[in-house]
Design a protein around this ligand. Sequence first.
Ligand code: CP
Ligand code: NVA
Length: 308
Amino acid sequence: MATRHFLSLMDLSADEYRKLFARAAALKARYGSKKRDRSLEGRVLGMIFEKASTRTRISFESGVAQLGGDAIFLSPRDTQLGRGEPIADSARVVSRMVDAIIIRANDHGMVEEFARYSKVPVINALTDLNHPCQLLADVFTYEQHRGSIQGRRVAWVGDGFNMCHSYINAAQVFGFELAIATPPGYEPDEQLVAQADDRVWLCKSPADAVAGADLVVTDVWASMGQEEERLKRLRDFADFTVDNALMQKAADDALFMHCLPAHRGEEVAAEVIDGPQSVVWDEAQARMFTQQALVEFLMLGYFPGQQD
Ligand code: CP
Ligand code: NVA
């Protein structure tokens, strides 16, 4: 059977997501009761990071350790990849010694190439194209607070970059409506929007996107690798702060999410991210439970407790 990878949200089926979220809920409950499973005993996760990370690194490392497995963290300084060893050769070698590999890369093509030559599952831990692991946490967190996200309305306010792209994929996979507001020139990939055009539309203003929304989401204005554009982006995104006045246009029980790290006073006002509609801390912790379920599924081929 071909090796399964998780490079975008399109790589798992609706049934697999249903099982993944059920397993993540069980893992969350067990974490709360201080019980631990040993489902990953003797298994090793390789972790290749070309960029900084707090949440992704810790959620995978801690998540695997809690299930009895080990993780090896590799930055470009630590491997021959950083000194120009071909991606294909690195993939062939690393994948003979670990049970799955997560990669955070500058270029999505690097992760695709690594996966082509890997004997074990490769998980996308953020690229310039998308961030599918974050969407597992976001959808799980929405459903823990409000029930099924299917048919709900989500507003994306901000840069049409990697996180926005994964929201577009998620609208298709999980069946919600997605209204997107970006400044001119920062729209998401046209092809991705076209593929999801029955669910996704671009709006003229943040107010239009947020009107009646059940969930409001944003992300930093300058992503990793875009630091030199920061001043220009501060000007271009000046009208795109998610503040209380904007949140008031959403549904009364709307939630606010942000993948973090956040810049208070830029893409989100402190009154929102630190306010009662914000679920960003649950969202961050959900990275761990959902990725534990994902790693179990890709390493073991099933969700423990749901083998039938
Ligand atoms: N949301 C997220 O991926 O955070 P990190 O960059 O800290 O991993
Ligand atoms: N868009 C952000 C997400 C960080 C988790 C970035 O790529 O830096």
